[in-house]
Design a protein around this ligand. Structure first.
Ligand SMILES: [Fe+2]
Length: 227
């Protein structure tokens, strides 16, 4: 992938040893981990994920991080990375999927590090619209967003230990991941992290959260024991 000013792509960002250790630590059952996590800059790394993040980007900023494994069925729709936890917590508390306008707070950047990619994966590419920044007034998880046919699109095939970086709220999505072998447990595990120059709500209260929604109350979680 070519480099643009606000989008970078880097191969083998961690040493082989550090990467394998991280890969083993994260595993492929991402439900094991809290959905939304935060490390303030003045808190030293408390687990292997935070250690890897600090190795990659240092500790100049606060960091939000999350792990995902879109297995099989649903593609990730067009969205911009924003204060998604705040938005979902609000949705849960108000019992309505209407996104609050005032929760549209954006991090300084987004990093996507591919942890484990099934060598037989079909689909699952990351789609980035480099010139399409957040449209004021629209939701951040934008089910109706349709890029114009002329919008430039970058297509990234996930590769282990490769990292994608962008530092503008640009629209991105992932392609459907086709399960080519129904008997296997396919995986496409990625670690995302974003720098923040302040501590957004509700991370000022707690650092590890579930994935709240209508009917699912926001929950403060403990980092898994022994991890
Ligand atoms: Fe995203």
């Amino acid at each position: 992938m070519e480099d643009l000013e606000h989008i970078k792509y880097a191969k083998n960002v961690l040493s082989q040893r550090d990467f394998e250790e991280l890969q083993e630590y994260i595993g492929d059952d991402v439900d094991y981990w809290p959905s939304y996590n935060f490390k303030p800059k003045d808190v030293p790394p408390r687990n292997k994920i935070e250690k890897a993040i600090v190795k990659l980007i240092g500790q100049d900023n606060h960091v939000e991080y999350w792990i995902r494994n879109p297995r099989g069925q649903e593609p990730t729709l067009w969205h911009v990375d924003a204060n998604e936890l705040f938005m979902k917590k609000y949705i849960s508390e108000n019992d309505s999927p209407e996104e609050p306008q005032f929760a549209r707070q954006f991090p300084l950047n987004t990093h996507i590090l591919y942890i484990s990619v099934d060598p037989k994966m079909e689909g699952g590419e990351l789609l980035i619209l480099p010139n399409n920044t957040y449209v004021e007034g629209r939701p951040i998880n934008d089910t109706n967003y349709q890029p114009m046919d002329s919008s430039r699109m970058l297509i990234v095939k996930p590769k282990e230990n490769h990292l994608v970086f962008f530092n503008k709220p640009i629209y991105h999505a992932t392609n459907e991941y086709k399960n080519i072998d129904p008997l296997r447990r396919d995986f496409r595990v990625s670690l995302m992290f974003s720098s923040w120059d302040y501590i957004p709500k509700p991370y000022d209260e707690w650092h590890h959260w579930n994935n709240p929604w209508v009917g699912i109350p926001a929950e403060q979680l403990k980092w898994p024991k022994g991890a």
